[in-house]
Write a protein that binds this ligand. Structure first.
Ligand SMILES: NC(=O)c1ccc[n+]([C@@H]2O[C@H](COP(=O)([O-])OP(=O)(O)OC[C@H]3O[C@@H](n4cnc5c(N)ncnc54)[C@H](OP(=O)(O)O)[C@@H]3O)[C@@H](O)[C@H]2O)c1
Length: 357
């Protein structure tokens, strides 16, 4: 059996998501596809970096840098994981690429599609691997669901998909510097959680793209009809309707005050319905196939930790094989989702300082 690849991670930023990511990569897993080494941490301050290691990587001693630049320059680091607010993703990616580093960048990949394009062009030119960390797509439940829907056709022809990701983000109580409140940092329901609702709607309605070079052409982007509720210029609720030429409909919603139900997604077909459940749309745990004749079957997918290791394993396998993009989250899909989000904000009214209009 081939030896598992080893990937040495440089973690950029020490916020919440970076803490979740390193905790998951540190789990002892029987079925791990790769060895993940937290090689170095880059933070805006050395003190923050050291405190992060003490709290989230007990017993480990990665190199800690009090600047991002030193992390990019570390020759022992194979890949940079970017866990900064949305508005910094473009520059962080470009800087990492300039140093010849591979990149896994948190969602949303950038603030806008043109920004995403600029980053992908730079990665292509430099010949490094880069992927948007849309981790949920790598959960085994997603592959199983796609198989049920699009290969086994368990509910016949899929016509409609609905997904909601909402929770109380307590925005009024946050300070103006919070990444959830400040438009300059990419605040708002759309980039933070609406991107998941959108992803599930697409996953429900469209067959998977498959690996290159035999990858199916991505579907034509559906027509987008969108509305947003704004508070101080920040979208606190987003509704996106996707309308496909053949009549398929998707409705993706996100709200910053109410909490989604556990059954966060519903996919309807000519012969039944699938309900997807979980604590949130980011962390699906089961789905139920309900046939029109009354037959009902539930599929459960328990997991240790949170589930970031699945995307990390996929990245490690890609890099070991010399691939520059991932088949489950390919560059074209990152761009297409960013374009839908740009159009959603154009219609809904949420603006970032980088917007041209
Ligand atoms: N996949 C998921 O489930 C998930 C969940 C939550 C968030 N996210 C994504 O992860 C990213 C970060 O979110 P988060 O919740 O981890 O944010 P956070 O807790 O606010 O942390 C962001 C980190 O970025 C760095 N940073 C640099 N400049 C900053 C600035 N001007 N303001 C704030 N932070 C700054 C800071 O680290 P240093 O000071 O150490 O440099 C900070 O700790 C976003 O893209 C978000 O959408 C993903």
């Amino acid at each position: 059996m081939a030896e598992k690849p080893t990937l040495r991670w440089g973690i950029l930023a020490t916020g919440m998501i970076s803490s979740w990511f390193v905790a998951d990569l540190s789990l002892d897993r029987q079925d791990a596809q790769a060895n993940h080494v937290i090689q170095a941490i880059g933070s805006s301050s050395l003190e923050k970096g050291k405190a992060f290691v003490a709290e989230h990587l007990p017993g480990k001693s990665p190199t800690v840098y009090g600047s991002y630049e030193e992390l990019y320059a570390d020759p022992e680091v194979d890949i940079i994981y970017i866990g900064t607010p949305h508005s910094f993703h473009k520059q962080n990616c470009l800087d990492a690429i300039r140093h010849g580093k591979n990149v896994l960048c948190e969602k949303a990949f950038a603030l806008t599609a043109p920004e995403a394009c600029e980053v992908l062009d730079a990665a292509r030119e430099k010949g490094v691997f880069i992927m948007e960390a849309m981790w949920t797509r790598f959960f085994p439940i997603v592959r199983a669901l796609q198989q049920k829907l699009h290969e086994e056709k368990a509910i016949g022809a899929v016509h409609r998909a609905f997904c909601d990701f909402s929770f109380d983000m307590k925005i009024p109580s946050l300070g103006p510097a919070s990444r959830l409140k400040n438009p300059a940092l990419g605040a708002g329901t759309l980039l933070d959680i609406g991107i998941y609702s959108l992803t599930w709607t697409i996953l429900g309605l469209e067959p998977p793209l498959g690996p290159a070079p035999a990858r199916a052409a991505p579907e034509k982007t559906p027509k987008v009809v969108a509305a947003q509720s704004l508070d101080d210029g920040v979208d606190v609720a987003t509704t996106i309707v996707l309308l496909y030429e053949d009549g398929r409909q998707g409705i993706a919603t996100a709200h910053a005050t109410v909490k989604s139900q556990r059954d966060f997604a519903r996919i309807e077909g000519s012969e039944g319905t699938v309900i997807v459940e979980g604590d949130a749309a980011a962390v699906p745990s089961s789905f139920i196939v309900k046939k029109l004749d009354g037959e009902e079957k539930r599929y459960d997918f328990p997991r240790p930790g949170r589930g970031f290791y699945w995307e990390a394993d996929a990245v490690a396998l890609d890099i070991a094989a010399g691939r520059k993009e991932n088949a489950i989250m390919p560059w074209a899909e990152t761009l297409r989702v960013m374009e839908i989000m740009d159009e959603t904000r154009r219609q809904g009214g949420a603006r970032f300082p980088v917007d041209k209009d």
